[in-house]
Design a protein around this ligand. Structure first.
Ligand SMILES: Nc1ncnc2c1ncn2[C@@H]1O[C@H](COP(=O)(O)OP(=O)(O)OP(=O)(O)O)[C@@H](O)[C@H]1O
Length: 542
């Protein structure tokens, strides 16, 4: 039986798994020997050389048990933690290489919940793997003891065990499949739960919406529970079946066999104690199976997510730190030449086409992109900045086509504040920034009494939406990139700030050599731009 879980630990960790499993198996053997030797020792109270030998063996078995357990648990936990840390790091690094479209499609869908939930399950599963193995080893030792004490009973137990095992294995595989189905449903539940948290204000204000969401959440939770419920039921059935069959066996041994086979009466006590001795590990093993099935499903889910992210990377190699020389710091012009992009819906139908565009922006320009809502301004920016690869045509930097292999470096030209900007907790990548410079910008933006900059972060970010947008603007400016893109940064700011933004801040940025591209609806300030680019229905019209 091939276990994806064991394969996962083996593949993802440097620590060899075999010695860990071996140590746990030996620990199980040690436990079995301790119990068997105690049984043998109890047979006679006389001090004989035989009893002394048993005592020595008992101490050795105890050492085997304790030593094996320590080695196995320490090694096992270390291997599973290392494996998970490696997979989490790999997945997050690969996600950074994935297409923006893929992340946009799944951002609110709960698709990334396996990273949190499944990794926890896999971490916990190591304990179940090890104790399951220990139970099997213990079962094997007790069987040997039984074979020695009562070969007939051993034969009977082996027969029963052989008849039971295929059913347990079949159920184990079925449980793995059903747990995966349940995980998918759970992802949908967490997706909706994320929406609830983000849209909490709206939900709070509207009873009908709140009730509908509640009903949807309950339905999704129930759908996730249904397959898991079946798995749980079957595991209880399995447990009942495997222990029940042993009780039947006991019944046969104690009440039936002696009637037909009188000599069996002499060994009945021994047989009885060894069968009872076997029941513990077997029951323990049966209880670990559902947990292992869940972890197997979690591994499959995690690798499926990785394959999906990998596909969204389109064969791009894992990113190594970009050499500073690869980052274009100086340019003369960037442009779109016949470049177009489109969105599709779930059925693959095109829902919006941006382009084809002919556009060139020169170094030092202050350009405004204008147009109605949904005209395609943000999409054009994503195309221009290399966040979306053109589906047709090309993006050029100083006349050179930007290829898949140079797109990462090309993107380094830009710092951007999008309309749906995100403020990270720390100013990642700005560790060397001059604190006095940050303070100066906080003053310029009228935020000096609202927050401070310390230890690589703004001390207080629970500000109004527009104040947060000003912080995002500061971060973009501090990045000091050749091109700064500001998507509707000023649209909802107060009139005085808006005036300063268009009349003072933008010219200041241009004066220090930054090319500035601004998306704006503020027609009162269109005169500030060197050039207007007007969009309508995804096309540049002027
Ligand atoms: N990630 C996306 N997936 C699918 N369709 C999208 C996506 N983003 C935008 N669209 C669609 O593309 C069209 C253009 O959107 P875009 O955001 O580029 O317009 P915009 O001019 O920036 O709008 P606004 O002024 O309202 O911000 C819209 O019809 C929108 O529904």
């Amino acid at each position: 039986m091939k276990s994806q879980l064991l394969e996962f630990y083996r593949r993802e960790s440097d620590r060899p798994l075999k010695p860990v499993l071996m140590a746990m198996a030996l620990s199980g053997v040690g436990t079995g020997m301790v119990v068997a030797l105690a049984n043998l020792g109890a047979e006679s109270a006389q001090f004989t050389p035989m009893r002394s030998a048993l005592l020595v063996l008992y101490v050795a078995a105890m050492a085997l048990y304790l030593g094996g357990l320590r080695r196995a648990l320490r090694g096992g936990y270390a291997a599973s933690e290392q494996a998970l840390q490696r997979v989490k790091a790999r997945l997050s690094c690969r996600l950074l290489q994935a297409d923006l479209g893929y992340v946009e499609r799944h951002a609110d869908s709960g698709r990334f919940t396996p990273l949190r939930q499944d990794t926890r399950l896999i971490a916990e599963a190591m304990t179940h793997v090890l104790f399951g193995l220990k139970s099997l080893a213990l079962f094997a030792v007790s069987s040997l003891f039984m074979a020695w004490k009562s070969p007939a009973t051993f034969g009977l137990v082996t027969l029963v065990f052989a008849a039971t095992l295929p059913k347990l294995i079949r159920n184990y595989h079925r449980a793995t499949g059903q747990t995966r189905a349940s995980t998918e449903r759970e992802g949908e539940f967490f997706g909706l739960f994320g929406h609830l948290v983000h849209g909490f204000k709206e939900v709070k204000l509207n009873r009908a919406r709140s009730e509908a969401i509640q009903a949807d959440l309950v339905a999704k939770a129930r759908q996730a529970y249904a397959p898991r419920h079946q798995v749980n039921h079957r595991s209880v059935d399995d447990l009942q079946f495997s222990s029940g069959i042993f009780y039947v066996l006991l019944l046969v041994l104690v009440f039936v066999l002696p009637e037909f086979w009188p000599t069996h009466r002499d060994t009945i006590e021994q047989a009885l104690s060894t069968v009872l001795f076997q029941m513990g590990p077997l029951t323990m093993f049966a209880t670990t199976l559902p947990m292992l099935a869940r972890a197997e499903a979690a591994v499959a889910e995690l690798y499926a997510l990785e394959a999906e992210i990998e596909a969204a990377c389109h064969g791009r190699a894992a990113q190594e730190a970009l050499p500073a020389s690869a980052e274009p710091r100086v340019f003369e012009r960037i442009g779109l030449h016949g470049a177009s992009f489109h969105y599709t819906d779930a059925a693959g139908e095109v829902t919006f086409v941006s382009g084809p565009h002919e556009l060139e922006i020169r170094r030092g320009e202050l350009v405004f992109i204008v147009g109605g809502n949904g005209a395609g301004k943000s999409t054009l920016l994503k195309l221009l900045t290399g966040l979306y690869a053109p589906l047709q045509g090309e993006v050029r930097l100083d006349g050179q086509r930007v290829e898949a292999c140079t797109r990462d470096a090309y993107r380094e030209l830009f710092s951007i504040v999008f309309t749906d900007f995100h403020l990270f907790e720390r100013l990642h990548g700005l560790e060397e920034v001059d604190a006095a410079e940050v303070q100066r910008w906080l003053q310029v933006m009228g935020l000096e009494r609202k927050t401070r900059y310390a230890d690589g972060r703004f001390t207080h970010t629970a500000l109004s939406t527009e104040q947060r947008k000003r912080l995002a603007f500061i971060v973009a400016v501090l990045r000091n990139k050749p091109i700064c893109i500001l998507d509707e940064v000023a649209s909802d700011q107060d009139p005085e700030f808006r005036r300063r933004f268009y009349r003072e801040l933008l010219p200041e940025l241009r004066a220090r050599g930054t090319t500035v591209i601004v998306v704006s609806h503020d027609d009162a300030f269109f005169d500030c731009a060197d050039r207007l680019i007007r969009l309508q229905d995804g096309r540049i019209v002027a």
